[in-house]
Design a protein around this ligand. Structure first.
Ligand SMILES: Nc1ncnc2c1ncn2[C@@H]1O[C@H](COP(=O)(O)OP(=O)(O)O)[C@@H](O)[C@H]1O
Ligand SMILES: C[C@@](O)(CCOP(=O)(O)O)CC(=O)O
Length: 412
């Protein structure tokens, strides 16, 4: 099982974060939502290392201030060979993560973590979730193969703010599953040449589906019952359409739209905002339902405009398309404000964008969190710079980035 010396592999994988473009809140009521990948990414490097001592997995997660050395032999003994969902016979394969007995495997991970780290309960929640997810995916993927495992060093970083609604948890999980699958692929291939493993060796669409499913399982560890839109967006990139009770649908568009992502620095709790909207709806059912329908229409129209904008076939007028998108952003924001989920800080950001003729909407739950300012290609650099400086002077955090960045990819 352990193979300390021969061919030592290194893999490096990255995945984007996400923002909700349209459909926040209305998605809770069965309406269409669309999310898009962000130009800000998480990344992971896994390096197999030679050791003559006890094999270990050394994991560095600076974003959650965690540095761990895990005993590989014990991981193999306690967590490998995960079982299939109840009632299905046969052997679990990493290719079908939805067939894994999730609860049983997670429970084993939990017991194991308490055994090797008696102070596990004392860790911060984000550290616990990262460790649980790592062991879950690592043993789920490698534990269903007969490939030898070696000591390894794993380090992960992220340009995303953790816990701010930009999909850092999904991006983290997608990177993890992607890198482990890439490692497995290289190990399994007998004619592997470490020098030819360039960024050209990217994931196939089947592999992406598997990565997204593993990340979905991690999202269940972190969030209980996730919608699946985050893991799909971080895996496939571009645009993902979603309706409650259906599988997220990747929409193949080339976006590359520039935005300013503005952190209002006001913390918010998604659950509380969802409850607030539900209470408003309870008192004003028909009016609120009309707003939800309007949001649904905006999400669908925006998808059509984005498809048109990125199509080679349809003759399009990009300037007019951007203007249409700007109009949809404004409409959507004002409808969300009508639902009571804006915030004075978000309105202050919008006022500064509007003063320069730029559209701005909140993204995600609202009540604080992030706003996005759309920057059409024709916008003079001086306008973007003046807006950024003015927002910074007012105490907001600003990052200029793109929407529709590539999904998970092999960087090395
Ligand atoms: N780079 C990272 N390294 C380690 N853990 C990460 C990283 N990014 C995200 N996580 C995990 O994801 C969790 C954040 O999930 P969540 O609160 O839903 O934030 P977000 O809205 O950004 O997805 C963190 O608590 C942590 O466990
Ligand atoms: C408000 C809502 O529609 C989106 C919340 O987005 P976020 O937590 O800000 O990423 C809630 C949900 O869809 O579960």
């Amino acid at each position: 099982m352990f193979d300390p010396m021969d061919n030592l592999l290194t893999v490096s994988v990255s995945a984007p974060g996400k923002v909700i473009l349209h459909g926040e809140h209305s998605v809770v009521y069965g309406k269409t939502a669309i999310a898009t990948s962000l130009g800000l990414r998480s990344s992971i490097v896994i390096k197999e290392v030679a050791t003559l001592e006890e094999p270990t997995v050394h994991i560095q997660l600076p974003c959650v201030s965690l540095l761990e050395t895990l005993p590989l032999r014990a991981i193999v003994e306690h967590l490998f060979h995960p079982t299939l969902i109840h009632g299905v016979t046969g052997k679990f394969s990493w290719r079908l993560p939805e067939m894994l007995d999730h609860e049983t495997h997670l429970k084993k991970v939990e017991v194991f973590l308490h055994q090797i780290r008696p102070d596990f309960d004392g860790l911060q929640n984000n550290q616990k979730n990262s460790l649980r997810s790592f062991l879950y995916v690592f043993s789920g993927i490698f534990g269903s193969t007969n490939l030898p495992v070696k000591s390894m060093m794993i380090s992960m970083g992220s340009e995303l703010t953790i816990g701010a609604g930009t999909g850092s948890s999904a991006s983290f999980a997608v990177c993890l599953a992607g890198a482990l699958i890439q490692l497995l692929k290289l190990k399994g291939s007998s004619n592997y040449d470490p020098f030819s493993a360039t960024s050209g060796d990217d994931f196939t669409s089947k592999e992406r589906e598997i990565i997204s499913e593993w990340a979905y399982n991690c999202e269940k560890i972190m969030h209980g019952s996730p919608s699946g839109i985050d893991n799909a967006t971080c895996t496939f990139g571009a645009l993902v359409e979603f309706k409650k009770g259906t599988r997220p649908r990747p929409v193949s568009v080339r976006l590359g739209m520039r935005i300013l992502l503005v952190d209002s620095r006001v913390s918010r709790e998604t659950r509380a905002l969802v409850v607030k909207v539900a209470a408003l709806r309870q008192r004003n059912m028909a009016a609120v339902d009309h707003i939800m329908d309007a949001c649904d229409d905006i999400a669908k129209t925006a998808t059509q405009v984005l498809e048109k904008l990125s199509s080679d076939k349809v003759i399009s007028d990009p300037e007019a398309d951007y203007q249409h998108l700007a109009e949809l952003w404004e409409l959507n924001h004002c409808l969300l404000a009508a639902l009571g989920v804006s915030h004075p800080s978000l309105e202050a950001i919008r006022a500064q964008a509007r003063a320069r003729g730029l559209a701005c909407k909140l993204t995600g739950a609202g009540g604080g969190g992030y706003a996005m300012v759309l920057i059409p290609p024709s916008t003079p650099r001086s306008v973007v710079d003046s807006l950024s400086s003015s927002l910074l002077e007012n105490g907001f955090r600003v990052v200029e980035t793109t929407l529709g960045a590539p999904g998970v990819r092999v960087d090395m």
